[in-house]
Write a new protein. Structure first.
Ligand SMILES: [Zn+2]
Length: 288
């Protein structure tokens, strides 16, 4: 059972958004600012995401007739403008995912705010609108960032984990909807192998790796919850993994009782049911 269930639109048992973080080669360039551009293995492993995997994923969404959410560092948007164009053409949402995947805690608040603003400018210039949602690199949202999202009029954050369905975050600056991710539905643990950033895990077979998502979905379907895997095109968008994902998702889309929607629509729905949401309070943090 869920402690704070939400009513979903008529005929829908649960809400789902298969989200992708299009990090591309921002990961290695940010992790190794001095020589990342010379490390062609991780550069090309990342570049595969926006150039090969995203078109494959977009093709699936088009055949399914659904719109979903992509989070992009603004540096990736500027480096791969055709990918941005293709995502927008499909009617999908693009959320704010930092400037170049910098860890928010790796900079002073001022520098972080400057890079955040630079990314906002890119979004407005390339998509024609301010982003409605934000996901922090490695989920590392700080109290200052939550405050900034509220100041900037963001509808939702998708980085924090105080519940498993949409909830309300209360911060000294106001309130914002949280659409919570979780490591159990993230594709780094089963599929990533990235020596340069210290991430060495045994890579699982596609059917093994996506079993975690299937079990998460089954529990959310039974309880009437919210299913939001956090995927990366360079990982789950690879041929065999994506074929397995597509074969699994097709009958779920067909069944019709899952509300597949971009996060901004799910967050807007949650905001309309604000009184039912669980409230989590974020303190501003200890003063320096
Ligand atoms: Zn990311």
């Amino acid at each position: 059972m869920l402690l704070h269930p939400l009513p979903w639109p008529t005929g829908k048992r649960l809400a789902a958004s298969i989200t992708f973080d299009v990090d591309a080669d921002s990961l290695i360039r940010n992790a190794r600012p001095d020589d990342g551009h010379l490390r062609l293995h991780p550069v090309t492993m990342g570049r595969y995401g926006p150039t090969v995997a995203v078109p494959r994923i977009l093709d699936t969404w088009q055949r399914f007739g659904i719109r979903q959410t992509f989070f992009m560092p603004a540096w990736v948007m500027e480096t791969y403008p055709a990918t941005v164009e293709a995502i927008l053409k499909g009617g999908h949402e693009i959320g704010h995912h930092s400037w170049r995947h910098e860890d928010p805690l790796g900079h002073s608040d001022d520098r972080e705010a400057e890079l955040f603003g630079r990314a906002m400018d890119t979004h407005v210039r390339m998509t024609g609108t301010k982003p409605r949602g934000y996901r922090a690199p490695v989920y590392n949202a700080t109290p200052a960032i939550i405050g900034r999202l509220i100041d900037e009029g963001f509808l939702y954050d998708s980085s924090l984990m105080a519940d498993e369905i949409p909830y309300l975050m209360r911060h000294p600056k106001g309130e914002i909807i949280e659409l919570p991710p979780h490591w159990g539905a993230d594709d780094w643990p089963p599929f990533a192998h990235f020596e340069e950033i210290g991430y060495l895990m045994p890579v699982r077979a596609p059917s093994d790796g996506i079993r975690a998502f299937q079990e998460e979905y089954a529990a959310m379907h039974a309880a009437g919850g919210f299913f939001m895997p956090v995927l990366h095109p360079f990982l789950t968008g690879r041929l065999a993994r994506w074929a397995a994902m597509e074969a699994w998702l097709a009958p779920l889309v067909e069944a019709g009782d899952t509300w597949f929607a971009p996060l901004e629509e799910i967050a807007a729905h949650a905001a309309r049911h604000r009184d039912l949401l669980r409230v989590d309070t974020i303190a501003e943090g200890d003063p320096a």
